[in-house]
Design a protein around this ligand. Structure first.
Ligand code: ZN
Length: 490
């Protein structure tokens, strides 16, 4: 009798076992099961069951709920369930707003040399979806267990803007911390008159020292291979511009790094992201930021500049590819020469036309973050399996769009969004191939997932039910869509 059959024989009626999840440790057998109503429970048989809470069944087995305390007990037993430091492979962040996508994400990297961040959620996403940091970690850990994935993953607390947020995410075991100092970036630094710029510069505490350190000095950045060298001098105006724009942000990032060092339990990696600012980061400004961080002792795993061009949520890159390539090459040289960290591409979903440049100039020195695209695959599945629910979500999303788009970078043309009421059911999943439709869903996820009426979720429960009832199909959609991302990057 196989282990699977052995366990299934001991389970109550209507339960099945996720075969990949069957593990042994210290004379105890563990397996993830799925029971009536698609609810998942951990099967445990053996002495290890003592440390988990759950219902005792006959045959000495226990069925345990997938709660955080049980996850923590399991993490003590299996080291690969704990967030780990990234390997030297390219890394990829898989945000999961619904908490049901990790097994599909695991499948997309199975055959690839990519290091995953499975728990990856920004504070904004946590607030919008009503999923606190502990729950984000919890669902990621159980997803990894379901697939029996022992290859290692990191957990990225994304877009952290306060000490409190760092403390809260560190407490539940996140081990990648992405500091977002954008509130301290002076985005209009590019458009000041000489007088205004000089006045703003003089207000910085270390302006004299910055002048000595940079003004008139030439800096060289190069890629590991010969031929790509980037050499540039800070003239006084350029230094002032870089400093006015980024100096306070650098100081905040250095503080954030100290807070992380204090609160993180064990080793961690640190990213600084200025991607959500209005004006692109020039390679010279990048040098300024990198050098200042380096000089204050901040060790970067990755840095997300605001890249040139139009990087919108959930759709491909818009802009001149030649200009992008040239700028990326310079940024890659800076990252290589000023600390040897990765360049991080945020809003990385579906940027198919620029991935090849990252692969070419950065090799393994790239980190990509995605989140919305997995949510879109989930809603695509709803369109496929429950057209009526999908049409209601669509109508609601359109109503919410103007308000919700405010905090996102999108330039959606609503006149290009087809009306699902006029489409036959079988055409509905195709809406996810229309950029403008994608963005309608992309920016409204928070409203869709939290809308309540009479104390009940209007859409969330239906979405979750559809995903759970069609679990294999959901995982397939994720595997294929994210797998396509990874093929272009590796
Ligand atoms: Zn970002």
């Amino acid at each position: 009798m196989s282990k699977l059959e052995y366990i299934e024989k001991r389970l109550p009626e209507g339960f099945s076992v996720y075969e990949e999840s069957i593990k042994e440790s210290g004379g105890t057998t563990y397996a993830l099961t799925r029971g009536p109503g698609n609810s998942k429970k951990l099967y445990v048989k053996g002495p290890g069951a003592e440390s988990l809470s759950g219902e005792k069944k006959t045959n000495e087995a226990k069925l345990c709920p997938l709660i955080w305390d049980n996850a923590k007990a399991l993490m003590k037993e299996f080291s690969w369930l704990n967030p780990a430091l990234p390997s030297s492979d390219p890394s990829f962040g898989f945000g999961d707003r619904l908490g049901l996508a990790t097994p599909g994400h695991v499948r997309s990297i199975r055959e690839k040399e990519v290091f995953p961040m499975f728990a990856q959620q920004s504070i904004r996403e946590m607030e919008r979806t009503g999923r606190p940091p502990g729950e984000v970690m919890n669902t990621a850990v159980w997803g990894v267990f379901e697939e029996g994935y022992e290859g290692g993953f990191a957990a990225d607390a994304d877009h952290l803007k306060s000490r409190e947020a760092i403390k809260e995410t560190a407490a539940v075991g996140f081990n990648m911390f992405t500091c977002d100092p954008s509130e301290h970036v002076r985005a209009d630094g590019d458009n000041l008159s000489s007088e205004e710029l000089e006045a703003a510069f003089r207000q910085l505490t270390d302006s004299e020292e910055l002048l000595r350190k940079y003004s008139g000095r030439e800096f060289t950045a190069r890629l590991p291979e010969e031929g790509h060298e980037f050499r540039e001098k800070f003239r006084e105006r350029e230094l002032m511009q870089a400093a006015v724009k980024y100096y306070r942000a650098v100081k905040f990032a250095a503080d954030a790094y100290d807070w992380v060092s204090k609160y993180a339990d064990g080793e961690f990696v640190f990213e600084v992201s200025v991607d959500e600012t209005e004006t692109p980061t020039t390679p010279l400004e990048h040098i300024f930021v990198a050098k200042e961080l380096q000089d204050t002792g901040v060790e970067l795993f990755s840095l997300a500049p605001r890249f040139v061009g139009n990087i919108q949520k959930g759709i491909d890159y818009i802009g001149d590819l030649e200009v992008f390539e040239e700028q990326l090459c310079a940024h890659a040289a800076v990252a290589n020469s000023f600390g040897g960290y990765r360049l991080s591409l945020h809003s990385g979903s579906d940027k198919f036309s620029i991935y090849p440049y990252f692969a070419e100039y950065l090799g393994a020195g790239v980190h990509v973050k995605t989140a919305g695209t997995s949510y879109l695959e989930a809603i695509r599945l709803v369109a496929e399996k429950d057209p009526e629910l999908f049409r209601r979500i669509h109508e609601f999303a359109l109503d919410r769009f103007d308000e919700d788009r405010a905090t996102y970078h999108v330039e959606t043309d609503l006149s290009k969004v087809p009306d699902p009421q006029e489409l036959p059911d079988e055409k509905l999943p195709g809406l996810f191939d229309v950029d403008d439709s994608r963005q309608v869903f992309h920016v409204t996820y928070g409203s869709v997932l939290t809308e309540k009426e009479g104390g009940e979720f209007v859409f969330k429960d239906g979405i979750n039910r559809t995903l759970k009832e069609n679990e294999e199909r959901h995982y397939q959609l994720l595997e294929s869509h994210l797998g396509h991302h990874l093929e272009l990057l590796t």
